[in-house]
Design a protein around this ligand. Structure first.
Ligand code: P6P
Length: 337
């Protein structure tokens, strides 16, 4: 049986796409892959090990931190620190960014923004969760990297990816030249190329939104939801509603099957719930590279100015035609003020 190309082999092979590459980004992606395998091992036995439940601490969002959240955060930070290619890590789990400049990485030029375990409220009920990462090259040229090196617009990303810990564990990433998916083969402990050159269908019939907040949605979102549900006698059949409550799992499904994921502003999240730096920007980079579209209902996610580490944004992301339709309804029924 022919063994598929491993993540490591693929990264090295694709390094040729970057004529000036000296291998730092390749090693950085390798480091992330290693941490993902370590986290996967704990996620897969969360029900057994004493790693379920609350850690008794809260993050800057005021959200209760799960033991697995904290464990995942520690593993990714440790892998990046020892890999020596990253100078700053900005994590959902840490109030401020973390300098990694040790003897090894004093001249490290990459910034990593990460949500180490997204969808963690699903951990205890065995529903898919994920890691999201975003990689920038530092802009500052001397001394220690600074906050401005982190607060770069999404268009500046050099790479982005996610790991989904589901029925199988996959790592999906882009370096700006398409999207490739790797499935972890536990028998050899390697991520193997299983989904080369992933493309999201231009259209789809799956809409993914927490309709529990319906009364608080902008009119444009309400109108789009009704559009998804309507059946006309000619062309439009009702769409299917699917909402896992784990952004990585919802978007991964739509990447493969086509669909739209929407987390708009709501009464309890007037600026949106999802974070721009380590959730919306990386997922938008991936979906655009796969031929899809991502906006806040009005503006392209990747063009949004980044002013705060834990800045939030609304997000409409997925199949190009579906996002375009939703944006049309936002423009008409909830014009941007
Ligand atoms: P709600 C998980 O907590 C998360 O950050 C995303 O992964 C997910 O899409 C969203 O929040 C779910 O939020 O308000 O629908 O429970």
């Amino acid at each position: 049986m022919k063994i598929a190309k491993t993540l490591g082999q693929f990264i090295i092979e694709k390094q040729a796409d970057f004529p000036y590459a000296k291998g730092e980004l390749s090693r950085l992606l390798r480091d992330i892959g290693i941490a993902a395998k370590i986290v996967n091992r704990e996620v897969n036995k969360a029900g057994l090990a004493d790693i379920l439940g609350e850690n008794g601490t809260t993050n800057i969002q005021g959200e209760g931190q799960k033991k697995l959240d904290v464990y995942a955060n520690e593993q990714f930070i440790s892998a990046l620190k020892h890999g020596g290619e990253c100078c700053i890590v900005a994590s959902e789990e840490n109030d401020d960014y973390i300098h990694l400049d040790t003897d090894v990485s004093t001249d490290a030029k990459y910034i990593v923004a990460i949500d180490p375990l997204d969808g963690s409220s699903n951990i205890d009920v065995n529903v898919g969760i994920g890691t999201i990462f975003s990689i920038y090259r530092r802009k500052s040229t001397k001394g220690r990297a600074v906050l401005q090196d982190v607060l770069q617009r999404g268009v500046e990303q050099v790479a982005a990816g996610y790991v989904i810990y589901g029925s199988s564990t996959m790592l999906v990433y882009t370096t700006g030249k398409g999207v490739n998916g790797f499935t972890l083969d536990p028998s050899i402990g390697e991520f193997c190329l299983s989904h080369p050159e992933m493309k999201i269908p231009k259209d789809g019939v799956i809409y993914s939104i927490n309709e529990g907040y319906y009364v608080h949605f902008p009119d444009g979102v309400k109108k789009y939801i009704k559009y998804c549900q309507v059946e006309d006698d000619k062309t439009k059949r009702p769409y299917t509603s699917r909402y896992i409550g784990s952004m990585v799992a919802d978007i991964h499904r739509n990447l493969i099957k086509g669909g739209i994921f929407i987390y708009p502003i709501t009464a309890s999240a007037p600026k949106g719930k999802l974070r721009l730096v380590y959730e919306c920007n990386p997922m938008a980079f991936i979906i655009e590279q796969a031929g899809g579209k991502a906006s806040n209902g009005y503006e392209r996610i990747l063009d949004l100015e980044v002013t705060e580490l834990h800045q939030r944004s609304a997000i409409f992301i997925g199949s190009e035609n579906m996002v375009h339709k939703a944006e049309e309804m936002m423009a008409y029924f909830s014009p941007q003020v």
